[in-house]
Ligand binder design. Structure first.
Ligand SMILES: Nc1ncnc2c1ncn2[C@@H]1O[C@H](COP(=O)(O)OP(=O)(O)OP(=O)(O)O)[C@@H](O)[C@H]1O
Ligand SMILES: [Mg+2]
Length: 483
């Protein structure tokens, strides 16, 4: 029902979901008439309870109050239904009528895929960019299950245009990766770089639960010209929890539609933490027991349901969804339950470190703490050797950093540390990249090789004495690249 609204309101110059709802009742008085209805029996906190509805979870009903308000069915208990308003509800009274849709489903209709390119929509797929409504919609089956045994294996590298990831944390087409970072360490800039630089057909961006100001900033400053081949779903923090969750699912559904057409999609979701928090709000309102940090069991159940929808399609030609999900993590907060859950369900994670950002090393990728679980399947043996060596030396330097800084490290006492000190400037330079220039995979690999070709100081100069030239790269002192 709701997904038809844009077409009905074509003639009205509506640009936001709220305005659309205001208009719809004036202009389409017959819209709800043939619908069955239920009655509000209770309204506490975020939840509205109604009796007499028999509709599926995720369906949209309409509250016939002073102004009509869409509500999503989020649960039921016998013949009582729990609904959550998608926008601020006013004028709810005992007995207020709720119109029930005749057809019940989640996102059931989407505009043509190409019509969505370059557009910014809200959690109900209504344009909010002032560029007019979509001219047509067509039915889609969201979350069409793919038999895991039928999925095409991830066997092809995706060129992300970011050197440190391409060379040290190679990602495959259809891989799902977490981007773990605290606030202000460069998530948005990195997501913007990925969106502009990636070798993919389409980019779908889900901005879920972040500050409203950031939506415009991200689109204008970070995404920039990348918007032309992107679809942005924006559900800022002031949207209701139900709408934010819908937004996350909608972004995934849009990515699925492109994948079904055989296209390679990059899905960027900022942030998975806010998705879990939206589900927590709903769960707590429905009386679910809180566990770690107030998260309810359904908060964690929502995450794999969402991320499992990304990935490769059912055949080699079926397209793919490579996905990056940001996860909010303050320094060393690996105990955060969402961080923990995300690490378990994703195929790798890239950690951004505040320490590096403070030194002006951008993108601030903490090589030691990051991992791409599929990397070894995608790269050559030479690249694997170089990447492991880089991680080993980088981690060694970080561990000895304090000693080196105060001059307590004696040159020559440890060959690995000596080499780490010698190559550290080259490694820092390798990690840094301007946010305006992509570095393709081939060049990234070449640059990685060059790091180790930094000339060794001649005999007698302090830094090389005692260095074992053949470092056993298989003897890993740092977290190895897991398969
Ligand atoms: N690649 C880069 N090159 C230069 N500066 C950068 C780069 N990445 C980030 N920065 C600097 O870091 C600042 C914060 O970056 P960004 O807005 O991406 O962080 P964030 O993690 O998205 O923050 P928030 O948590 O507030 O959303 C930027 O304004 C910029 O000054
Ligand atoms: Mg940001």
């Amino acid at each position: 029902m709701i997904s038809r609204l844009p077409t009905m309101s074509q003639s009205y110059q509506v640009i936001s979901l709220r305005e659309l709802y205001d208009h719809v009742v004036d202009k389409e008085p017959n819209l709800f008439q043939s619908q069955p209805y239920a009655q509000v029996v209770r309204s506490v906190g975020l939840l509205v309870e109604a009796q007499g509805i028999r509709v599926g979870l995720g369906s949209i009903c309409w509250l016939v109050a002073d102004r009509p308000v869409p509500l999503e069915v989020v649960g039921f208990d016998g013949d009582r239904c729990f609904l959550m308003p998608l926008v601020g509800a006013q004028g709810i009274r005992p007995g207020t009528l709720i119109r029930v849709p005749t057809r019940t489903s989640d996102v059931s209709e989407l505009p043509e895929t190409d019509a969505m390119l370059g557009r910014v929509v809200d959690g109900m797929c209504h344009p909010i960019d002032g560029l007019g409504d979509f001219s047509a919609v067509h039915p889609v089956i969201a979350n069409k299950p793919i038999n895991p045994l039928m999925r095409h294996p991830i066997d092809q590298e995706i060129d992300l245009g970011v050197r440190a990831i391409n060379a040290l944390l190679t990602v495959g087409r259809g891989q799902r990766v977490g981007l773990f970072a605290g606030s202000g360490v460069g998530k948005s800039v990195l997501l913007g770089m990925l969106a502009r630089f990636v070798q993919a057909d389409v980019v779908v961006v889900g901005l879920i639960g972040e500050r409203g100001r950031e939506v415009q900033e991200f689109i204008r400053e970070n995404l920039g010209e990348g918007l032309a081949r992107s679809v942005v779903v924006a559900c800022p923090a002031d949207d209701s929890a139900a709408l934010r969750l819908r937004g996350a699912r909608l972004a995934t559904t849009i990515a699925e539609s492109f994948r079904e057409e055989g296209r390679n999609v990059l899905l960027l979701m900022d942030s998975l933490t806010r998705v879990a928090q939206a589900q927590r709000e709903i769960g707590l309102a429905m009386g679910e027991p809180p566990s770690t940090r107030g998260y309810t069991p359904s908060s964690f159940a929502a995450l794999p349901k969402l991320v499992e929808r990304a990935g490769t399609g059912a055949s080699a030609n079926a397209g793919s969804i490579t996905a990056f999900y940001t996860v909010l993590m303050e320094e060393d907060d690996f105990q955060d339950p969402v961080v923990d859950a995300a690490r378990a369900i994703l195929d790798g994670h890239v950690v951004l470190a505040r320490e590096l950002a403070e030194q002006g090393i951008y993108p601030a990728i903490d090589v030691g703490g990051s991992i791409s679980r599929l990397m070894t399947k995608l790269i050559s043996e030479e690249q694997r050797v170089d990447a492991v060596r880089f991680r080993q030396l980088w981690q060694c330097y970080q561990e000895q950093r304090d000693l080196i800084a105060i001059g307590a490290y004696q040159q020559g006492s440890d060959a690995l540390t000596d080499e780490a000190i010698r190559l550290y400037p080259a490694m820092c330079e390798f990690l840094q990249q301007s946010e305006h220039a992509p570095i393709p995979s081939g060049e990234s690999r070449y640059d990685l090789e060059q790091v180790f070709k930094v000339a060794e100081p001649s005999q007698g100069e302090l830094s090389v004495e005692g260095i074992n030239p053949g470092i056993n790269i298989n003897h890993q002192t740092v977290q190895p690249v897991r398969q």
